[in-house]
Design a protein around this ligand. Structure first.
Ligand code: 13P
Ligand code: SF4
Length: 357
């Protein structure tokens, strides 16, 4: 792939990743016979979601991204909610928030492209201060992350002096910096139970905190943040599915209201949900979570019938193949963390990662 010389290259802002690594020329995105052949095995993985007539639009991007990431020495981390063509065709490391945070500490590559939302990219940067972390669309936020600021946590600490703060990873580095230890949906109960105190601030997800409170003896104080995807599910709608087909298994994410978990057969992190389906192989399953995840597992578990109530996360869906390609070409958008808060925020994430369970 050619480096762009002269005027375009000169546009890279001083000190930017584009200046450090150089800008590359946009590749030809035609669906040539060579591209068709080299992406054939990848199409096999997603053919139940992408009609054959549409593959010629996807394949040149998949081909260019896979070639470029090798040339750049980049690795693509993708959350379980990414769309099937990203999840199955270009991602190197996939998982839930905890797995992505853990795997980010083991990455050899100098460049990490985070296909997920901004707090995930920020977590990768915290754990890899020397590496270049890029997110294909920096606007990919999260309603939980946006529900609370560092000032809010400082005010909570002043109101509840001495009460330890457990913060969900779905938060900004500013919030993590005010935190004793982070948690994810897969380890929240273990993190809370690991603390000495009888009372714990578990923020900002009110429903996750309510679900944790049911599994711990500790008194849980929380915040009124909600996931805009999971808060939309109701126990009533799930009971209607059950009434229509009593054999259906309901598998929910702990960001849902406790009344939703009460009518579910299993609740766990996105990877916990995937493992449940892969191991248990229910005849029919309803995943109470973001819609793309059902498609991603369906591609691997052909004998399970998925019912999809289909709530999409608009933030996760900002990440697309064309934007991933642009990240690799132009080294955008680089994720940085203010050094004044990075050290304290990193400690909160590392305490979680190092927690023995
Ligand atoms: P997981 O850690 O379960 O992947 O959840 C992340 C998330 O954003 C769910 O909405
Ligand atoms: Fe945030 Fe909810 Fe989207 Fe997850 S699904 S990134 S919690 S808004």
């Amino acid at each position: 792939m050619q480096q762009v010389q002269g005027a375009t290259a000169a546009k890279a802002p001083a000190g930017s990743a584009a200046e450090r690594y150089g800008i590359l020329e946009r590749p030809d995105l035609s669906f040539t016979p060579a591209v068709a052949k080299e992406t054939e095995h990848l199409y096999e993985r997603v053919k139940s979601f992408i009609p054959a007539i549409e593959w010629p639009v996807f394949a040149p991007y998949v081909h260019a991204i896979n070639r470029l990431k090798k040339e750049r020495g980049a690795v693509i981390l993708a959350h379980n909610y990414q769309t099937p063509e990203i999840f199955h065709c270009v991602a190197d490391i996939k998982g839930d928030s905890l797995q992505l945070a853990r795997d980010a500490t083991r990455v050899d590559a100098g460049i990490i492209i985070q296909c997920g939302v901004h707090f995930m990219a920020e977590t990768s940067k915290l754990l890899n201060p020397e590496k270049t972390v890029l997110i294909p669309d920096g606007r990919a936020g999260c309603s939980l992350s946006e529900s609370i600021t560092g000032d809010d946590v400082r005010a909570l600490k002043a109101r509840y002096p001495g009460v330890p703060v457990v913060t969900y990873v779905n938060t900004s580095a500013d919030v993590k910096a005010e935190t004793d230890i982070c948690c994810t949906s897969s380890n929240a109960v273990a993190v809370v139970d690991s603390l000495e105190s009888d009372t714990v601030l578990c923020i900002p997800d009110e429903y996750l905190a309510m679900n944790v409170a049911k599994k711990t003896k500790k008194k849980i104080l929380t915040w009124q943040g909600h996931c805009e995807v999971h808060e939309r599910f109701t126990a009533e709608e799930l009971l209607e599915y059950k009434a229509a087909d009593p054999s259906i298994e309901i598998v929910a994410h702990p960001e849902c209201h406790p009344s939703v978990l009460a009518v579910s057969d299993y609740a766990g992190s996105t990877s916990g949900m995937i493992d449940y389906v892969k191991t248990k192989r229910p005849g029919r399953v309803l995943l109470v979570t973001e819609c793309s995840m059902a498609s991603n597992i369906q591609a691997e578990v052909k004998d399970v019938d998925f019912v999809k109530p289909c709530n999409l996360c608009p933030h996760m869906k900002r990440i697309t193949l064309p934007k991933i390609l642009d990240s690799l070409l132009f080294m955008t958008e680089e994720v940085t963390v203010d050094p004044a808060i990075a050290g304290r925020a990193r400690l909160a994430v590392e305490r979680m990662i190092n927690l023995k369970q």
